[in-house]
Write a new protein. Structure first.
Ligand SMILES: C[S@@+](CC[C@H](N)C(=O)[O-])C[C@H]1O[C@@H](n2cnc3c(N)ncnc32)[C@H](O)[C@@H]1O
Length: 215
């Protein structure tokens, strides 16, 4: 295996449960046969982008990350998979406004944004940036799927998530589980609404956000 190719155990475990949620939600929102455009923000290794691209041949996936080591890993997964519907990764620092991204992504050009296991493990300005980007880049009716552990209405459950939150904060005081109420505020600021929450293995959730009609 190439040195650049990173294998993340959690991504290996959660890629199929997340795919199963997308497989249900995407046809419900867009119909079963639509050709769609998806941006993954903070793709990490590239395991998810390639797994999803193999299973959604009509969706064109644009993976991205802020770190060069992940960009290199994503490239390895793409070249191994030989897929037509996944683009070369781009560098996106989601803490920055979309106007400052290294690559331009056209406003209202996306149907789907995917963001897995980033919100709790980055400073809050990345969450703000993520929702701001979704507001700008999704077309009306487009969706964003965010995956990870969350606090729900001020409460973190079960105990293992409480400990996880403490351990995140001890690594970086700016990290930690975000409350879905705060995420809803970010959504509202940017023309998105909370649509659905799916229970996932290991006390995670997938949240679906929808871009409302254009303002
Ligand atoms: C825990 S990893 C998750 C990666 C991948 N989504 C997965 O589930 O395996 C967190 C990711 O957030 C990315 N990240 C951190 N800060 C970021 C930023 N400012 N903009 C975009 N991505 C960022 C990291 O580079 C890393 O890929």
């Amino acid at each position: 295996m190439s040195e650049a190719k990173i294998v993340v155990e959690a991504a290996e475990k959660n890629k199929d449960p997340i795919f199963k949620v997308l497989e249900k939600v995407i046809p419900e929102k867009f119909g079963g046969d639509a050709s769609l455009s998806a941006l993954e923000i903070s793709s990490g290794s590239g395991q998810h982008a390639v797994y999803f691209a193999e299973r959604f041949p009509k969706i064109t996936f644009q993976p991205s990350d802020v770190e060069e080591k992940y960009i290199a890993s994503i490239k390895e997964y793409i070249s191994g998979a030989k897929l037509q519907n996944v683009k070369e990764p781009i560098v996106i620092d989601v803490s920055k406004p979309t106007s400052e991204w290294a690559t331009t992504v056209a406003e209202k050009s996306l149907d789907v944004i995917i963001n897995i296991n980033m919100i709790h493990i980055t400073p809050y300005n990345c969450t703000e940036g993520l929702f701001a980007a979704a507001g700008k880049l999704l077309r009306a009716g487009g969706i964003m799927a965010t995956y990870g552990p969350y606090a729900i209405h001020g409460e973190i459950t079960p105990e293992s998530n409480v400990s996880f939150n403490e351990s995140l904060k001890s690594q970086n005081a700016e990290w930690g589980l975000r409350d879905i109420d705060d995420l809803e505020k970010e959504a509202k600021k940017n023309g998105l609404t909370f649509d659905a929450m799916f229970d996932m293995p290991a006390n995670n959730k997938t949240l679906i956000w929808v871009r409302s009609d254009s303002e």
